[in-house]
Write a protein that binds this ligand. Sequence first.
Ligand code: MG
Ligand code: MG
Length: 250
Amino acid sequence: IMITIKSKSQIQKLKDAGKIVAETHQLLKEAIREGISTYDLDQMAEKYIRKCNAIPSFKGYGGFKGSICASINSVVVHGIPSKHTILKNGDIISIDIGALYNGYHGDSAKTHGVGDISEKDKELIAVTRQSFYEGFKRAIVGNRLSDISNAVQTYAESFGFSVIRDYVGHGVGENLHEDPQVPNSGKPGRGPRLQEGMVLAIEPMIATGTYKVKVLSDGWTAVTLDDKNAAHYEHTIAITAGEPELLTIL
Ligand code: MG
Ligand code: MG
C-alpha cells in the first residue's frame, strides 16, 4: 500500500473541498421531507456543488449515475438517486456526498430521519454517528490504523448493533479513494502507524440486524440480507501533530 502524506497547504485544499461537501449536506438536510424524491435531492446537490465551481466526485465514478448516494432504510450504501424513490414518513435516508475542488476531494455521509422515525432508528443513527467519533478520537500519531477500526466496532456492538464488513473507509486526496483502507472492525494494534499528514475518510456503516449485505442487480445498491435498517456516518479527517481535524465541516 502507498499512503500519501499531505502538506499543510494540501490539507487546506482538502478543507476547502470539504466545506462544499458540508454545505451541500446542510442544504439537503433542510430539504429532506416526506414526498421528495432522491432524484430531487441529487439535482439539488449537483447544482450547488457546480455553483461552487466543484465537481460531484461520485458522478460517473465506475459508471455511477448520481451525484450523491441516497440509501433508504435497509440500503446500506450506494443507493442510486431516482425519480421513483420518494421519501416516506418513518424512513431513514443515508446521504453520501463527494466534491472535487481545486484538485482535491471531500467525502462525507450522514443519515437522517424522515418525519417520525422509530426509537430504534433514532438510536441507530445516534450510535452510528458516535461510533465515528470513537474512531476519530483514536486517529492520533503513534496509534495504529486498526485502533480506529476497533474503537468503532466496540462502541457499535455495545448497543447490540452490527458493523458492516464489506465496505470500508479510505484515504482521501487527489483521488477519492486512496490507500489505506480503513475497516470499521478488527483487533486493535494492527496496520500502519498513523502519521501527521494522513487524510482518511472514516465511515462506519452500522446495521440493526445482520452485517451481511448483497448488491442488487443494478450493480450498486447494497442492502442488508435481512432487510433491517442500516445507517452511515462519514467525515474526511486529517491526522495532525495534536488532535485530529475534521475536514468536511462548515
Ligand atoms: Mg462517502
Ligand atoms: Mg468514503
